[in-house]
Design a protein around this ligand. Structure first.
Ligand code: PMP
Length: 417
């Protein structure tokens, strides 16, 4: 067993668990939470989480800039959410059927999200995007769906990022366009020959490993007009950005309403819940499709969602995240200039994204994030980070102390001092 030492951070338990995991978990760990692809300074296993901080199994504490890849929007163990979950748990969670809070959660989402007249619940973002496509197909009687090339909509065969285990037939009804390029959408529509059930789009282009790109309002409006013209459903995948940009649908500020939207991650502050939302004209089709899951009607995540969505508004979570994200972005900008290292920070400040220039192989990003982890901050080398409403200015100072060590490590890697 290798004992990894970072600064004063020992990781004996983590190394032991990784070794045991290699025997009983494929690849030792799979999917995007696998630390195998991360710099060696990253722990794989965590012990506890509180507010904006997490502790690994060896007791090392970190500022958490990943927020579990988005779900944790109010901070880990937010008291109002935990109280709502504890109260529901005392009554029951996985029961003979849903609890009253299912209706209350649906009413709250319909109230908050302007385009939505109904809600269906599931567990993961993939469930929600897939349900939206099934509803669109049931409503239109058509087969094809157009998605932006490189966009992530989940890990089902129709959209997962690797083709192992996927058949050509799984992808046969998916066409691709270029984000923010309406001509490419028109071309994909023409290629689909009148068989387009839906166009799926994320609120902004947030593909991992690339600069982020905000939606051009004109592109959003053109997509809406195009869907209306060809009778296809416009589906927004809110799974990653939902409730971090706007206290309703992410495109509400630009006045573009989808027909269907897919939500998960932040709606339950970490409790497992997803939702497909839709407008009234898709309600009949939604009632016809057969989708379900053994755990989809658990009451605790729904109680968590009610508390979370209520607190996001009551506690001004979005302005807090914008404030913290702005401080962090300007601090990192200054550090990069001081270190003489050209970087690009793109996308909304609540979902920070940093790319080093001349770093297509992410070598600099790896060294940077490895040094950050060694100095007590969890941030990903290729994926956007997530601010929560629990991050404070003090956390920003701690993050900046770690990112400065990251910039120094990159300079050293490049042969500087
Ligand atoms: N859509 C987007 C935009 C996502 O970011 C994700 C998850 N990263 C998904 C869908 C799939 O969500 P899940 O992993 O919960 O299935």
């Amino acid at each position: 067993m290798t004992k990894v030492v970072n600064q004063s951070r020992t990781r004996v338990m983590d190394a032991a668990l990784r070794e045991r995991a290699r025997s009983v978990i494929p690849g030792g760990m799979y999917g995007h939470l696998s630390a195998n692809a991360l710099p060696p300074e990253y722990p794989q296993f965590y012990q506890r989480s509180q507010g904006a901080h997490v502790w690994d199994v060896d007791g090392n504490e970190y500022v958490d800039l990943m927020c579990s890849f988005g779900p944790v929007i109010l901070g880990h163990q937010h008291p109002k959410v935990e109280r709502a979950v504890a109260a529901q748990l005392a009554e029951g969670d996985t029961q003979a059927g849903p609890a009253a809070c299912m209706v209350e959660a649906a009413e709250l989402l319909v109230d908050r999200v302007a385009h939505a007249d109904w809600a269906m619940f599931a567990k993961n973002g993939t469930d929600a995007t897939t349900i939206c496509l099934m509803v669109a197909r049931a409503a239109t009687g058509r087969n094809k769906v157009l998605a932006a090339a490189g966009a992530y909509h989940g890990s089902a065969p129709w959209c997962t990022i690797r083709l192992d285990g996927v058949t050509p037939e799984d992808r046969a009804n998916i066409g691709y366009y270029v984000y923010n390029d309406i001509a490419s959408v028109e071309k994909a529509v023409a290629e689909a020959g009148g068989d387009v059930a839906a166009i799926i789009v994320s609120p902004f282009k947030h593909d991992a490993g690339f600069d982020q790109e905000l939606v051009e309002p004109e592109f959003a409006r053109q997509l809406r007009a195009l869907c209306d013209r060809i009778g296809a459903a416009l589906v927004i995948d809110e799974v990653r950005a939902g409730f971090r940009l706007n206290d309703g649908g992410s495109w509400e500020p630009i006045g573009v309403a989808p027909d269907l939207s897919a939500w998960s991650k932040a709606i339950g502050n970490g409790y497992p819940l997803a939702a497909a939302l839709g407008s009234a004209s898709y309600s009949e089709a939604a009632s016809r499709i057969f989708v379900t899951g053994s755990f989809w009607f658990q009451a605790c995540p729904m109680a968590a969602a009610i508390a979370t969505i209520t607190a996001i508004r009551e506690e001004g979570a979005i302005p807090t995240m914008v404030h913290i994200g702005t401080l962090l972005r300007s601090g990192i900008e200054r550090q990069a200039a001081d270190a003489g290292l050209p970087i690009r920070q793109t996308g909304p400040v609540q979902m920070p994204n940093l790319k080093f220039e001349d770093d297509d192989d992410f070598a600099r990003a790896r060294v940077f994030s490895g040094a950050a982890a060694a100095h007590g901050v969890i941030l990903h080398p290729r994926h956007n980070w997530f601010i929560s409403a629990a991050h404070t200015e003090h956390d920003v100072d701690r993050i900046l102390a770690a990112t400065w060590e990251g910039f120094r490590a990159v300079r050293k890697q490049l042969g500087g001092s």
